[in-house]
Design a protein around this ligand. Structure first.
Ligand SMILES: *Cc1c(COP(=O)(O)O)cnc(C)c1O
Ligand code: SF4
Length: 408
């Protein structure tokens, strides 16, 4: 496959709106350049179809007008129309200290878990075309969630004994140099917070830069930091994002997984289900089976969120359920730890258990895995079946109800 001038030009225009970054490892070890439909290529290289024809045309025309101000305004306007912060992230989940101080680089939505967005970790080794966090990376600080306030984090955790988990996320916290990461972890451990039982890191570095854990100059320092979490008596989970089985092929990633496990980490995995990338039962089964072989625990299969290029990557929930069931049926029970398809939506993490007919009505059965209000956790509810629905906002309550129970 070679990239024509036209393709490159389209890519350049799309990358004015969405972030684009790739590295030598992804280019050389992951992408199969002989396959024009290669999944990894589609995971990182922007495509014209990521913008609607109308948005593409607006960017195209603004660019041709040769007016930098107009172009910047057009790009900003298109971004705003792509629902940059789904589920009310910038407003609804921002915690405050008892004295009223807001902590904008933290999110506390589910009782037990606080998310931390360390300022220096708000980037990734490569960017995914389908990423729901794309506004973090486009240089628009108004759209960014981030913190460097370690003391604010610790004060908040002290005030909230119900919090047991701290989850470092981004971006990718493992783009931070070990010396920076150490400041966060050392301060957290030195605070001796008995309520904190688990520390998690969400990362795609195993896929996009496994050398972070093996041969980078500060890889051994990172190992010491991770081990110190175990020594302090905390549980350490790495939530690794894998999208396609090819990411697990190279020996570098296998070595990196081993390094993390040797530190005492449990690796759980999450995967978004994406049209044209991994939307087949066979692909998912291979992905989960490889993970289990490597000692990783399949955790979440997510539906594409209602932001960015969802129109291109989203898969209807009905089809997602079929793919999920067929993939699971090809695997042993060790894959059954995975939940999916899951919508990480405004009221909570909602799992679509499946479709069935009840009292002459075809419905989706849904369940809250996590919820903004803890008492909703585990609750089942039904929605009218809709073959095309991709997201909770596309669904209506079943049995003629006027609203879902949580909307009361
Ligand atoms: C997914 C998620 C978590 C973690 O949920 P678990 O069920 O504990 O894995 C925490 N906070 C937010 C906002 C999330 O979306
Ligand atoms: S690695 Fe994660 S945060 Fe980074 S671009 Fe991909 S999906 Fe988004």
């Amino acid at each position: 496959m070679s990239l024509s001038a036209e393709l490159r030009e389209e890519m350049r225009l799309v990358s004015l709106v969405f972030p684009f970054r790739v590295n030598s490892y992804v280019l050389k070890e992951l992408i199969n350049w002989n396959d024009p439909t290669d999944a990894i290529y589609r995971m990182v290289f922007p495509r014209r179809e990521m913008l609607s024809p109308a948005h593409f045309e607006r960017v195209y025309n603004a660019e041709r007008a040769n007016d930098a101000v107009l172009l910047a305004q057009t790009v900003a306007a298109v971004r705003r129309e792509l629902n940059p912060h789904p589920a009310g992230q910038t407003t609804k989940n921002v915690p405050r200290l008892a004295d009223g101080t807001a902590l904008p680089g933290l999110q506390h939505k589910y009782k037990a878990t606080v998310l931390v967005f360390p300022r220096q970790g708000q980037t990734c080794h490569a960017y995914c075309t389908f990423c729901f966090r794309w506004p973090q990376f486009v240089g628009d600080t108004q759209l960014r969630i981030e913190t460097s306030d370690i003391n604010g984090l610790i004060a908040y955790l002290r005030e909230h004994p119900e919090v047991s988990d701290v989850l470092f996320t981004g971006g990718d916290p493992f783009v931070m140099p070990s010396a920076v990461l150490r400041k966060y972890v050392d301060a957290l451990l030195a605070a001796k917070l008995d309520n904190i039982r688990s520390i998690r890191f969400g990362t795609k570095a195993l896929s996009y830069w496994p050398f972070r854990f093996t041969s980078d100059a500060d890889a051994s320092d990172l190992k010491e930091i991770l081990k110190s979490i175990i020594v302090a008596g905390k549980h350490l989970t790495i939530v690794a994002h894998f999208t396609h089985p090819h990411e697990l092929g190279p020996s570098a990633v296998k070595q990196a997984i081993k390094v993390l496990q040797d530190c005492g980490a449990v690796i759980r995995t999450q995967t978004p289900l994406l049209r044209g990338i991994n939307d087949s039962a066979n692909t998912l089964a291979k992905l989960w089976q490889s993970q289990v072989s490597l000692g990783c625990i399949p955790y979440y299969l997510f539906a594409a969120r209602d932001t960015g290029a969802q129109h291109l990557f989203g898969v209807p929930l009905a089809e997602s359920c079929s793919i999920f069931r067929e993939a699971l049926s090809a695997c042993s029970g060790l894959v059954g730890t995975v939940h999916g398809p899951v919508m990480s939506a405004e009221p909570g993490k909602i799992e679509v258990l499946g479709a069935q007919e009840i009292a002459n009505e075809k419905v989706f059965q849904l369940r809250f895995l996590q919820a903004r209000r803890a008492e909703w956790c585990g609750r089942l509810f039904s929605a009218a079946y809709d073959e095309k629905a991709q997201w909770i906002s596309d669904l209506r309550p079943a049995f003629g109800a006027s609203h879902f129970f949580y909307e009361a």
